[in-house]
Ligand binder design. Structure first.
Ligand code: KIV
Length: 278
């Protein structure tokens, strides 16, 4: 890492980020930066900017398709988004979410879907939500040589079970289960774990205990890395303002201004000019 003229930390190591590198980053105390992307153009921008990990999240269901949950996503749709991202990325490690229903049943089906996603996208890793309940599927996928990132805490694929997007594991029983699940995921061979919307203290405890990196979203600062949904951090979603979200741009307003200007230029015959014509 070095500082550029504007004082931003920039990546000097252009080598491909791997699961091995993530573990090394944890050991060296270097925080892991992760963002979602679902298409070629945005993946290209964030890879060039130096992001460490790109998550082809099933949040595509919300931000790309306008669904209210992640549940409708299919294996085919994840493959479409995964391929588009992989066409752009040179450095970042690319993780693809296994969608709802593709791994919660029997482990044979899970490994079949995992192999299909890996073959067709050529991604680097898959992410699955859950602990003990899906451990057999995760084991089968790992046995096929596919790296797995776990996901504990608020698991959006289980939203209908929770009935709320509130912070998880605030009570002892759920916090104890989360810690046990994190230990189990490490034991069976997951390369890292996303911790979503849990108390910072619990996330810190999990992070201190594990050798594999934890990546938080709404899980405070005592984790090994952070992930945000790109559309949220760029300010494309006006109506979504959870406490954990820091907005780094206000693209909703910027795009609106640009589109209004364009409409104006077309209506007033200002566009195209002579220089913009053949
Ligand atoms: O699908 C997704 O974007 C995610 C992140 C919220 C971690 O799983």
């Amino acid at each position: 890492m070095s500082e550029d003229k504007k004082g931003y930390l920039t990546i000097t190591n252009r080598k491909k980020v791997t699961t091995h590198r993530l573990r090394e980053m944890k050991q060296q105390g270097e925080k892991i930066s992760m963002l979602t992307a679902y298409d070629y153009s945005m993946a290209s921008v964030i890879d060039q900017a130096g992001i460490d990990v790109i998550l082809v999240g099933d949040s595509a269901s919300n931000v790309m398709a306008g669904n209210t949950t992640t549940l409708p996503m299919t294996v085919e749709q994840m493959i479409y988004h995964g391929k588009s991202v992989m066409n752009a990325v040179k450095r970042a490690m690319v993780v693809v979410d296994m969608p709802f229903g593709s791994y919660q049943g029997n482990p044979y089906e899970a490994v079949g879907n995992a192999v299909k996603i890996m073959k067709e996208t050529q991604a680097d890793c898959l992410k699955l939500e859950g602990g003990k309940e899906v451990a057999e599927s995760i084991r089968a996928i790992l046995n096929a040589g596919i790296p797995v990132m776990g996901h504990l805490g608020l698991m959006p694929q289980s939203i209908n079970k929770y009935g709320t997007y509130a912070v998880r594991a605030t009570e002892d029983e759920e916090a104890t289960k989360l810690l046990e699940d994190a230990r189990l995921l490490q034991k069976i061979g997951c390369c890292s774990i996303v911790l979503e919307k849990i108390p910072a203290e619990l996330a810190g405890k999990v992070t201190a205990e594990l050798d594999i990196p934890t990546i938080g979203i709404g899980a405070g600062a005592q984790v090994d890395g952070q992930v945000l949904v790109m559309h949220d951090m760029l300010g494309l979603n006006k109506g979504f303002s959870p406490r954990f979200l820091r907005r780094y741009a206000n693209l909703y307003d910027e795009i609106t201004t640009a589109v209004r200007q364009y409409i104006n230029d077309v209506k007033s015959s200002d566009f195209p000019s002579e220089e913009e014509s053949y």
